[in-house]
Design a protein around this ligand. Sequence first.
Ligand code: AMP
Length: 214
Amino acid sequence: MNLILLGPPGVGKGTQAKLLIDRFGIPQISTGDILRAAVKDLTPMGVKAKGFMDSGALVPDEVVIGIVEERLAQADCVPGFVLDGFPRTVGQADALKGVLSRMGRGIDHVVSLSVDQKELLTRLTGRRACAKCGAVYHVEFAPSKVSGVCDACSGELYQREDDKEATILNRLKVYDEQTAPLISYYQECGLLRSVDGLGTVDGVQSAILSQIQG
Ligand code: AMP
């Protein structure tokens, strides 16, 4: 099963990807997670990406296309993959098509998740992540048992630099301008499966499954 999860920041792509990888035994490829790890490790790519990420801009296409091409060539992607946060531009979508066709592969479904902007802002401003294991919480909807401390590993919870309100507004603008055109791009390819992202995590997961297994 080769899947793309498409949608604005905060719509729940990461949460849904984690359930899909458990169900299908395939890896999640999150370009955001890979870039954040590179920033943390101070790799040359991380140093280059940090400024773009902190301001809510997109990292240049050639950087993220390189990341995904390398990741897709790894053995665990043979049974399938869930792309989360990639592609984000038409250039990336075209490049992905080329990479997959050289591998004799293709995309099975593009799941497009949507919720309104007010809900996205509430979800993103309340989001907290564990500095140690990456687990994600929400101060209101999914709080940790002890405030500021990860339930899973006791790591410290922090707010992502790009989850602060001014940056969020820029990320949503960037999404509308550069990523939303992919909805019609994949609709024209007959791959688009639209799912309402509002509701419980399990409810949204069921709606996704009925679209892709339907
Ligand atoms: P995310 O965790 O998916 O919201 O990504 C966090 C940030 O990483 C984005 O705001 C971008 O700066 C960068 N990023 C992640 N994926 C991509 C991509 N496919 N293209 C360009 N930049 C990306």
